[in-house]
Ligand binder design. Structure first.
Ligand code: CA
Length: 232
């Protein structure tokens, strides 16, 4: 039953990484391994794993940041590995959206059992449905329908304006830089002046202001833009 599932193992200690890989493979999983956060993100994009086993204590980018970045991109299941002393990290990890954790030292057999349990639960609730409708106090952004609602009215936006607002709304409360917005809205092969972002943000902000009477997109000087409507 596990033959199709791919597990990404992120652990800098080679001995633990290897034993986890061995146990996963003998249980029928495909294991992909990384020893640092950046490689983990790269492999996650490449292999679309079903579950990620993530050590929190990594050199460089730590596990909490890796988990946060993974969460921006997908709903992949995350099983954290923590030391007994890392209580606060564990709490942070669960808050960011890790699904389960194991405290070191752990039995590899137990790890495999946890992985199987998470995937069994996943199958029981069916495929993950992406969170595609974002409800805020003043607006609702429906990514599936490509519509923005203000009360009972649809806000008229161009395709680019909509994509821009969707990106900002997905990351509500967090600042996105011009570069991030260009990558996600115009695509990484965009050539041109990044001030184009300012122009489009200005248009979307104006339309939102006219419809709601509120400034919902904030300029964070020297950094970028932030969507600041409260989550409903
Ligand atoms: Ca470690």
């Amino acid at each position: 039953m596990n033959t199709a599932a791919t597990i990404l193992v992120v652990e800098d200690e080679a001995s633990i990484r290897n034993i986890v890989r061995t146990y996963l493979e003998s249980a029928g999983f495909t294991a992909v391994c990384a020893d640092n956060g950046l490689d983990a993100l790269k492999l996650a994009r490449q292999h679309h794993p079903d579950l990620i086993i993530l050590d929190l204590n990594l050199p460089g980018m730590d596990g909490i940041e890796v988990a946060a970045r993974l969460r921006e991109e997908s709903d992949v299941y995350i099983l954290m590995l923590t030391a007994r002393s890392e209580e606060s990290d564990r709490v942070a990890g669960l808050r960011i959206g890790a699904d389960d954790y194991l405290t070191k030292p752990f039995s590899p057999r137990e790890l495999v059992a946890r992985v199987e349990a998470i995937l069994r639960r996943a199958r029981a609730v069916g495929p993950m449905t992406p969170r595609n409708v974002f409800h805020f106090r003043h607006v609702t952004v429906d990514a599936d329908a490509h519509e923005v609602w203000v009360g009972k009215d649809v806000l008229s936006l161009t395709t680019t304006e909509f994509s821009l607002l969707l990106e900002l709304a997905r990351h509500a409360g967090r600042v996105l830089t011009r570069e991030q917005l260009i990558d996600r809205v115009w695509g990484v092969d965009f050539y041109g002046n990044d001030r184009v972002v300012d122009v489009y943000v200005g248009q979307v902000r104006r339309k939102l202001e006219q419809a709601t009477g509120e400034t919902l997109i904030q300029t964070v000087r020297g950094v970028g833009y932030k969507f600041s409507d409260e989550q409903a």
